[in-house]
Write a protein that binds this ligand. Structure first.
Ligand SMILES: Nc1nc2c(ncn2[C@@H]2O[C@H](COP(=O)(O)OP(=O)(O)OP(=O)(O)O)[C@@H](O)[C@H]2O)c(=O)[nH]1
Ligand SMILES: [Mg+2]
Length: 428
């Protein structure tokens, strides 16, 4: 099974049901009072953390998630049925981004955590709401609000405290298998590990943390070479990096060069991984050349604390675990997003009130265009079947400040204003 950790899907929340126009029918009353019911709200699309899930595979096959529409209002002021919310179960560590802008919509890190990814439309109001002293028998009823619709990029980032990085075959999986119950595949050939493995590590003094064994990195990994790049993203969540070096230089590589290449890749990767505390592990100390190589390494990097290990016989690992736990205790979580994203950090849902309601564009020649989410929503909820409806819509626009904005922008009496493909003439 292929490890899938990035999926793009289309999400659509349910439209609110339409409000209806209806009148009470009573004996001897020719036209009873307005009694058209309200539409029900649509269903939201909600993502929920399910700790039983470890991949985004289900989503890959789904591609589209659509929630139910609300029911239309009924006679006798009866409310239409609300649409059922659609709940999508995702693994812990799932991040949902707007596929267009890259803005983060949700960061689902806690078991059971929910986030509304697409908000349902509200139901339209039935005609009895529009009764007034001037009009006791309104024909007007409102349409349901459209549900939010968007393309989202869903990504899975592992939730590990410490991550093992290094060239292929340096012994990362062996290390994890010795210090935890995880049983990753271990073999002589390169890229044995093709998807990350997680293990819960118990430090002898009782502390514990999650360690991730990641696929081996090679030169150019930050540019997409090997398997490294797609997994470098996972290191972003790790607060401590455990850099494993094959001091025995079994493969004929130079351990010092290996160490420098990996650090260069970490530095070049976008999340500034070199700013994380790093523990340097000199592994395979049982091999012939290891002591000599370590001596050279220490001569070149005298200030680095190197932990000597022989993972196959569980030698030297306790010291690594203690050091990791100590560093985790004092290392705060790193913000997981790019600096330009930070404003969106932690925002689960942007309410429509925060969005600009409309934009005014001067097309020249006395022609104007007004667009934007707010106005388009209002328009879609309004039935414009008659002059009276058009006037109602015009009043709404005035309330939203559109008239004023047009006037300020230089709109003149008699200019033509297009809103949602419908033309209006501007009059003071
Ligand atoms: N001599 C010796 N061999 C070791 C030691 N640790 C691991 N090995 C061997 O090195 C080989 C690779 O080990 P893995 O743990 O699979 O290495 P890895 O870093 O996970 O490799 P990739 O998954 O390919 O990135 C295996 O044959 C291990 O038995 C050690 O301390 N000494
Ligand atoms: Mg491995």
């Amino acid at each position: 099974m292929k490890f899938i950790d990035r999926v793009k899907i289309h999400i659509k929340a349910g439209k609110g049901g339409d409000g209806i126009t209806a009148f009470r029918r009573e004996k001897y009353v020719p036209l009873g009072g307005p009694a058209g019911g309200d539409g029900g709200r649509g269903g939201n699309v909600i993502f929920e953390v399910d700790t039983g899930k470890t991949t985004l595979l289900d989503l890959r096959y789904q591609k589209k998630v659509i929630a139910e529409n609300g029911g239309n209002g009924k006679v006798k002021k009866m409310h239409g049925a609300d649409g059922t919310d659609t709940i999508v179960k995702v693994p812990q560590g799932t991040i949902v981004k707007d596929a267009g802008t890259g803005a983060i919509i949700a960061d689902l890190t806690r078991p059971g955590q929910q986030a509304i990814i697409a908000k349902a439309g509200r139901g339209g109001r039935g005609n009895f709401h529009f009764k007034s002293s001037r009009n006791s028998a309104p024909q007007y009823s409102e349409r349901g609000e459209p549900g939010e619709e968007k393309d989202v990029q869903v990504e899975l980032k592992l939730l590990a405290d410490a991550g093992l990085v290094g060239f292929p075959s340096v012994g990362k999986s062996t290390l994890l298998s010795v210090v935890s119950k995880a049983r990753p595949e271990i073999a002589e050939y390169h890229f044995t590990t093709i998807s990350p493995n997680l293990g819960m590590v118990q430090v002898p003094d009782g502390r514990s943390f999650v360690m991730a064994d990641l696929p081996g990195l090679i030169e150019g990994a930050s540019q997409g070479k090997g398997l490294g790049h797609q997994f470098l993203r996972h290191i972003e969540r790790c607060r401590v990096i455990i850099h494993v070096i094959d001091m025995g230089a079994n493969d004929g590589r130079d351990p010092i060069e290996d160490y420098e290449i990996i650090n260069k890749e970490l530095a070049e990767y976008e999340y500034r991984l070199m700013e994380r505390p790093q523990i340097v592990v000199a592994n395979k100390m049982d091999l012939e050349n290891a002591a000599e190589n370590l001596k050279r390494f220490k001569a070149k990097y005298p200030d680095i604390d190197v932990f000597e290990t022989t993972t196959i016989i569980d030698e030297g690992l306790d010291a690594v675990l203690y050091r990791t736990a100590d560093l985790l205790a004092v290392t705060p979580e790193f913000p997981i997003f790019n600096e330009d994203d930070t404003e969106a950090t932690g925002v689960l849902y942007k309410f429509e009130e925060e969005r600009p309601q409309f934009f005014v564009h001067n097309l020249g020649n006395g022609q104007w265009l007004v667009d934007g989410d707010g106005i388009e929503r209002t328009f879609q909820m309004s039935r414009i079947d008659s002059d009276e409806d058009a006037m109602r819509f015009a009043r709404k626009m005035r309330k939203m400040g559109i008239d004023e904005a047009l006037r300020e922008a230089g709109c003149q009496d008699g200019d033509v204003v297009t809103i949602c493909k419908v033309e209006f003439q501007f009059v003071e």
